[in-house]
Design a protein around this ligand. Structure first.
Ligand code: SF4
Length: 288
């Protein structure tokens, strides 16, 4: 049994891979024991919503079924991509892909056009104006590296509408009548109201965004003042992309058990809700 089956999941989220680079064991415990959502995470998601509404046209669609939900997800990203060239940026864009035999899902915070290329930007909120530690940056970097991989494969057509449709059973899905009425109200053409049609539009839009920049960016934002603390820009080569992903996949393939943090990073345990309860790896060595 691989980790996906054990955790009763159908796909790996980009945030799971980022969380692995903080503490793999904590990521697993979040699934097994239920997430311990902290206040600052809640605050972070409010800021994301606020920023999304600044750039994207809010789309109000009530979903009643899985098909409605899939349609809304694809349509929202399609609409955001359609405005990318004009607005020079779009936010909260879903990306799908495959790594090894696993389905991967992620949401890119922002795509921005600059000098004929498109930059992937990830926003992270902070409780103070201090920049994050190297350990935190490593986890954030892994997430953006994964987005680069997924987006490159969509743009090049390696991952496309045919593969996606087969994996998600798109041809068997139909939106509810009530959802259709909402699409009519938004003046979505009838020819675009099917799941297959919106899937095609979603992938075609991505393929037309242009060249992906080699530079990746993480923006750190103060969660109370909403001010930009600093930007962290970096470039990655194919080897680093593949190493980052292959290391994470070893856990999902069941080739190793979830790793706790190493001794040098046991300070992370002080911030972990599982410390001393579900996880006692470094509990005997705690500083009292
Ligand atoms: S207590 Fe430490 S090692 Fe255990 S899950 Fe939490 S962060 Fe990881």
């Amino acid at each position: 049994m691989d980790a996906l089956q054990r955790l009763n999941k159908k796909s790996i989220r980009a945030t799971d891979i980022a969380a692995q680079y903080w503490c793999e064991k904590q990521m697993e415990l979040n699934y097994l024991e239920g997430p311990k959502i902290r206040k600052e995470m809640q605050k972070g998601s409010e800021i994301h919503e606020e920023l999304e509404h600044e750039t994207n046209i809010p789309i109000v669609l009530q979903t009643k079924s899985y098909a409605d939900f899939m349609y809304k997800s694809l349509y929202t990203t399609y609409m955001a991509l359609e405005t990318l060239k004009e607005n020079k940026k779009s936010r909260e864009l879903l990306v799908y892909g495959n790594l090894s035999k696993y389905r991967i899902v992620g949401k890119i915070d922002e795509l921005k056009t600059s000098n004929e290329s498109v930059i992937i930007i990830e926003d992270k909120t902070r409780m103070s104006n201090n920049m994050p530690s190297e350990a935190q940056k490593k986890s954030h970097k892994a997430q953006v590296i994964l987005y680069k991989k997924l987006l490159s494969e969509i743009i090049s057509g390696v991952y496309n509408e045919d593969i996606f449709s087969k994996e998600y059973g798109i041809s068997r899905l139909a939106v509810t009548k009530e959802f259709e009425r909402q699409l009519d109200a938004l003046e979505v053409p009838k020819s675009m109201q099917g799941l297959s049609e919106i899937t095609d539009k979603f992938f075609k839009s991505y393929r037309s965004i242009g060249k992906l920049s080699d530079t990746l960016m993480i923006r750190y934002i103060n969660q109370y003042t909403h001010d930009l603390i600093n930007k962290y820009e970096f470039k990655v080569g194919d080897e680093e992309v593949n190493d980052t992903i292959n290391f994470a996949l070893k856990y999902w393939k069941g080739e190793r058990e979830a790793l706790p943090v190493p001794f040098e990073e046991k300070w992370k345990c002080d911030y972990c809700a599982f410390f001393g309860k579900e996880c006692k790896v470094w509990f005997p060595q705690r500083t009292l």
